[in-house]
Design a protein around this ligand. Structure first.
Ligand SMILES: [Ca+2]
Ligand SMILES: [Ca+2]
Ligand SMILES: [Ca+2]
Ligand SMILES: [Ca+2]
Length: 312
């Protein structure tokens, strides 16, 4: 047993305790990246280490746990109580290399064999904190969220979608990522300002200052004013000589791609050796690791559509 303990906790801070239990502040897993597998019933978050010792730590939890919704579709914090049965942390040491499929099979493989196993008791909790993974530019429009007035939820076009989540900030049906790439002599904070009125195109609902809103300079009514051009290829919405106006119904769909980063921490963890001697490992705050969800596309609906008679 002594040998085993020195192996696992080689890099951990050990504190002695008068009842013979071991209190450690950390495990010696180097990679913070968690792996994840599961089905509709249960989920497993795990990480493995085959350097020096073959070990793995896993958190198994039941999706039927009340209030639990893994893969939160918003930023937030979920607490999953450890109950000693369906929601449990398991730490194992093996007699050989353990591979990634180990925890994902219904029936564990014959090898490697488990030589030590600790399981969590009732008490303690797992905390999952989710944050948006692409938090520097939430809507991916090329303008950083901090510049889009995220703190004060600035909403330039007043459609109810704040600029940092709005792929068309001025609601003129020319996407922001297109408006910031237009060639123009004048700029505001490096962003093109075609009509030189001090408002960059991506925040200007009338880009050529001809009195006709850009969204109405959409001759073919396809919700995209960029493809209505003269023979020289200059779009009418950037041409103050052209002032034809069309009644345009609707706005571009506000689709954004995002993923979440989940930080998984275990508080007040007590692990008990299943070998029979009741040896315990206790950790106060253990950072199990980080997992990132796959990118998903979401559509944000405008909540305010004054200039748009049609209802989606
Ligand atoms: Ca908006
Ligand atoms: Ca726009
Ligand atoms: Ca302008
Ligand atoms: Ca115009």
């Amino acid at each position: 047993m002594k040998k085993f303990v020195s192996l696992i906790f080689a890099a951990s801070l050990l504190l002695s305790c008068d009842d013979g239990d071991i209190i450690v502040t950390d495990f010696n897993f180097e990679d913070p990246q968690l792996n994840w597998c599961g089905d509709t019933q249960s989920q497993v978050l795990y990480k493995i280490n085959n350097t020096g010792v073959n070990e793995a730590i896993a958190f198994r939890f039941d999706l039927n746990t009340p209030t639990l919704q893994f893969l939160l579709e918003e930023e937030g914090r979920k607490v999953i109580p450890l109950n000693g049965t369906t929601n449990q942390v398991i730490y194992r040491v093996f007699d050989g290399e353990v591979d990634r499929s180990y925890f994902c099979n219904e029936i564990p493989p014959v090898s490697p064999q488990v030589i030590e196993e600790f399981r969590s008791t009732t008490g303690g909790e797992v905390v999952i904190v989710s944050t948006v993974a692409n938090a520097t530019d939430h809507d991916g429009d090329g303008v950083p969220s901090i510049e889009e007035g995220m703190a004060e939820l600035r909403d330039t076009d007043g459609d109810g979608i704040p600029d940092y989540l709005d792929i068309d900030d001025d609601g003129d049906n020319v996407l922001t990522r297109v408006e910031i790439e237009v060639e123009a002599e004048n700029t505001v904070n490096t962003y093109p300002d075609s009509d030189n009125d001090g408002i960059p195109n991506y925040l200007d609902a009338d880009d050529d200052n001809d009195g006709v809103p850009t969204r109405n300079e959409d001759w073919n009514l396809n919700l995209n004013p960029t493809d209505d051009q003269n023979a020289e290829g200059i779009p009418h919405y950037l041409n103050p000589e052209i002032t034809d106006s069309f009644e345009v119904e609707g706005v571009r769909e506000n689709e954004i791609s995002r993923s979440f980063r989940y930080l998984v921490t275990i508080n007040n963890l007590t692990l008990v050796n299943q070998g029979g001697d009741g040896e315990q490992i206790r950790l106060q705050d253990y950072e199990l690791g980080v997992i990132t969800s796959p990118n998903q596309t979401i559509t944000l609906e405008p909540t305010n559509s004054d200039d748009n008679e049609e209802e989606d």
